[in-house]
Design a protein around this ligand. Sequence first.
Ligand code: HEM
Length: 349
Amino acid sequence: MESAIDTHLQCPRTLSRRVPDEYRPPFPIWVARVGRDVTAVVMGYFGVQYRGEERRAEAWATLRAITDGFALDDGPGGWDLTHHVDAQGYDTLIAAAYWRDTATYDRWLARPEVAGWWDAPERLSAGVGVFREILAPGVDRFETLYPFTEGLPGVGGVLDDVSDQVTEHAYWGAMRDRIPRSQTDRMSPDGELRAEGDPSGRVVVRGHENVALIRSGQDWTDTPPEERELYLGAIEPALADAMDFLRDRGQRIGCYSNRYVRNVDADGVPLDTTYAISYWRSLDLLERWAESHPSHLNVFVAFVSRARHVPSLRLYHEVAVIDAGSQYYEYVNCHAATGLLRDSVEQGQ
Ligand code: HEM
């Protein structure tokens, strides 16, 4: 057993953990490990937004143009495709892509094929919207959690190794305790989301200090029929309610955007994996929701009371708290409530 905080990221604490040093968790959890040469990773959500079946082919062609770009030199180390319908009824396709380090991402982004595609005037005249939400948390600013050690999804898929079993889990506050920076910093928010540009065309949103992002995933691919029935019949409905709550009423508790997405294959066929992509004003507000709001507690209880009966269900998450300068959000031709646009104020206001 070891700390979720890798040895090279440990430092003298000015803030204490929520549990005593002797604490031992009741079941095993692992975290992803990143090489000592890495200072920051990149998480990129590349989206296509469309309304109506008649736009579906154009939307998929647009998504393919984005993923073709991933195949260029310095492209992401891993990516997955998702679909969901947003609160305004727009279909959204997202390619979630991960780079192990920022230098590789920067080289990729600077390629004329990539930069030129995003900047092209055709993006503005298209029948679909596109967006990119790019976060580059330092290695001291994110954590992961997996009850398994093989085939890590999300950011874990591009990192270097898996830990031994870790101590910081199975208590409220454990997620914060796994983030190296929590040793010395509460990571409080400062500032506002600021939008610049033409609201009916291309808008860039600048993040504020310490925006929090969680990707929380569910994978029932390898569940036998009785486990699948239990997950889809008794646990997933509670999750869907929690996701609707955050999407539709999360704003007043600090949730900027919540998408409950389902993975699809390259032909758009749904896979048996889903995840939440959820942005928050702060880590505190995310923690408060997880720890005390009935919508998450219902999911939590629905799962914990049946955990023994769903051993093949794979749940995981990754949480990042990002400084203002390491976030970039751009929306082209998208509706005004897309992603972080909804809660941003116009520059100059
Ligand atoms: C089927 C879906 C879900 C289940 C069964 C579930 C269950 C759990 C469980 C058992 C924990 C404690 C893990 C540990 O420390 O060992 C946890 C923590 C947490 N969950 Fe969920 N959860 C689900 C979905 C979500 C979603 C979609 C979000 C956010 C959008 C979320 C946010 C959190 C957060 C932030 C924590 C960490 C709390 C802390 O350590 O302080 N969960 N959840």
